[in-house]
Design a protein around this ligand. Structure first.
Ligand SMILES: [Zn+2]
Length: 63
């Protein structure tokens, strides 16, 4: 089952904890979203586990 979920992530640039809304309805994907604190482009990587839960990984653009 896919749905939107709120997730806490830590900005890989400034280290701030951010409350982001993840849209899992499109399945596994990756996209950029600017940090609301430091405005750096965070790479969000969405993966789906066997239970259909969306896991979120965040990375810096330059890693
Ligand atoms: Zn940031």
């Amino acid at each position: 089952m896919h749905y939107q979920q709120e997730t806490l992530i830590q900005c890989p640039y400034c280290g701030e904890t951010l409350d982001v809304l993840i849209d899992g309805s499109s399945g596994p994907q990756s996209y950029y979203e600017d940090c609301s604190v430091c405005c750096a482009p965070i790479l969000f990587i969405l993966t789906e586990d066997e239970a259909g839960e969306i896991d979120v990984t965040v990375k810096r653009d330059d890693e």
